[in-house]
Write a protein that binds this ligand. Sequence first.
Ligand SMILES: NC(=O)C1=CN([C@@H]2O[C@H](COP(=O)(O)OP(=O)(O)OC[C@H]3O[C@@H](n4cnc5c(N)ncnc54)[C@H](O)[C@@H]3O)[C@@H](O)[C@H]2O)C=CC1
Ligand SMILES: O=C(CO)COP(=O)(O)O
Length: 319
Amino acid sequence: MISVLGAGAFGTALAISIAEGGSLVWLWGRNGDSLRAMQDSRDCPRLPGVTLPDGLTCSGDLAELTATGPVLMAVPMQTLRQVLKAHAARLDQRTLVLCCKGIELSSGKRASEVVAEVLPGALPALLSGPSFATDIARGLPTALTLACAEPGLAAALQASLSTPTLRLYRSTDLTGVELGGALKNVMAIACGACTGAGLGDSARAALITRGYAEMQRMAAALGAQPETLAGLSGFGDLTLTCTSEGSRNYRFGQSIGRGEPFDPTITVEGAATAQATDALAARLGLDMPITRVVTGLVTGALDVTSAMDALLSRPLKEE
Ligand SMILES: NC(=O)C1=CN([C@@H]2O[C@H](COP(=O)(O)OP(=O)(O)OC[C@H]3O[C@@H](n4cnc5c(N)ncnc54)[C@H](O)[C@@H]3O)[C@@H](O)[C@H]2O)C=CC1
Ligand SMILES: O=C(CO)COP(=O)(O)O
């Protein structure tokens, strides 16, 4: 049995896809009423038009979590620690496949580091890469990276979570895969702000490219393999998220660029992650100017014009 904790858009989409692939899947969400409604109606309000497959069971009761099998953690990054702590007795010693993309604001830690701290007996793995929940739920072709430090477990998870439409590549570089997924959201906010403010596609291409350079800089400083960032959870996800209005981070950036409000109930991982990354970069002595201005934008310390000026007025340098 494969379990998924977090019945938001991504957790539900993954649960649907893996169940469609023939595995039995158990999906838990904190709102018991809505999980019961999903179980009975076979519909999901977060993914309109998608029918839940027979192999998928929805529940609001974590006591029903099976004793074996991987547990996919699909809650937002800033809530991960709280969820792990609240359910420590059930989650310790388990294989936890972390699906969240971000860096914890309070600690500057990545998801696997939070797991190591809260549940040292658990085995962390990651699932990351370019994938909109709606695409996965509809069975559209998607390729993601499955990372786990233990090669044998990485291969076993790759085999059990891949489906005919969800193709998983494996990696043992947790740091690189985690940073790729987290930092692309920061760049997506920058790109959304750029196009939202009417600064043009050329400027966006510059932000994607120089944003990628920042991602590589941070990854190298934290010991990731340089080639990991060129993979799905890096270049791949950066491409998707910085160019599509399907991305919430990109749309959030657009609203900043247009000077419009954005629904605060929508999950935008890049806002907290920009601030966490900016603080981490300062601690490590890394130059990450785009992350810096995104931090200014999301905290309200900068407007788009001053953010643009801050980037363009920097001393000229080698590429
Ligand atoms: N939606 C997408 O297309 C993708 C999302 N992701 C990542 O997946 C993670 C989750 O995102 P979404 O599912 O899209 O967000 P969402 O906003 O659709 O759902 C988040 C879910 O987490 C639950 N949750 C929040 N705090 C909780 C807590 N303390 N305890 C238990 N449950 C809690 C909410 O009730 C909600 O069901 C994020 O890190 C996101 O970056 C990754 C790839 C694609
Ligand atoms: O991570 C994602 C695509 O890979 C989803 O992006 P958003 O969180 O910006 O919607």
